[in-house]
Ligand binder design. Structure first.
Ligand code: IMP
Ligand code: MG
Length: 198
């Protein structure tokens, strides 16, 4: 059994940062909607077309890790949205390094013209978000953004370089759990983000 070693990010630090992120993302989406609507008007688009281009965003949380983060993030984002969770997995059981990503379910296939926000707990090897970004990009959405709570520094480089528009915290390359993150399925419900020791 692994034991909690130290608190890396307290629930208070997380709450403050998640609120900031929500407000920042909402402001950026709002600015984009205004730009799109203005450009569409100039191009002579109908009200319906303008509504589609600047209306509700599609938010794609990557389960199960993003469960806690996304619940807090969306309540800091006063933006119209539909939520379409996907299940991807790369860390089966007790593994603490990526074993290759499998899509388990739910990548939406109707994203043409949509404004998409992908939300995940952590960027590590980059394989998960790299795959998802490609699956989304292939559908020609209007825009795609990725928000992660944690961005793990990889001194040796990532398996896949992924552009991430929003990162909550940059952390060292060590295994962490809590606030949605697990080890072998356990610890997701810890309110703080902690490191584990043997
Ligand atoms: P990537 O594909 O290697 O970038 O891994 C992304 C996924 O691996 C995340 O969504 C997490 O579910 C999991 N993961 C990566 N690092 C950690 C960690 O330190 N603790 C728990 N899960 C992790
Ligand atoms: Mg995950």
């Amino acid at each position: 059994m692994m034991n909690i070693q130290r608190v890396l990010l307290s629930r208070e630090q997380i709450a403050k940062r998640v609120n900031e992120m929500g407000q920042q993302i909402a402001a950026d989406l709002d600015a984009e909607a205004k730009r799109v609507a203005a450009a569409a008007k100039v191009a002579g688009a109908t009200g319906d077309e303008i509504g589609a281009a600047s209306g509700p965003i599609v938010l794609i949380p990557v389960l199960t890790g993003a469960l806690v983060f996304v619940a807090d993030l969306i309540r800091a984002m006063p933006v119209a949205m539909s939520i379409k969770p996907v299940t991807l997995s790369s860390y089966p059981g007790k593994s603490t390094t990526s074993q290759g990503v499998t899509v388990q379910s739910g990548v939406p296939m109707d994203l043409k013209g949509a404004r998409v926000l992908i939300v995940d707990d952590i960027l590590d090897s980059g394989k998960t978000l790299g795959l998802l970004r490609r699956l989304v990009d292939a559908q020609q959405p209007r825009s795609v953004r990725i928000a992660v709570l944690l961005n793990k520094q990889k001194p040796m480089g990532r398996a896949e370089d992924v552009r991430v528009e929003y990162s909550g915290f940059v952390i060292d390359d060590e295994f962490v759990v809590g606030y949605g993150l697990d080890f072998d399925g356990i610890y997701r419900n810890l309110p703080d983000i902690v490191t584990l020791g043997g």
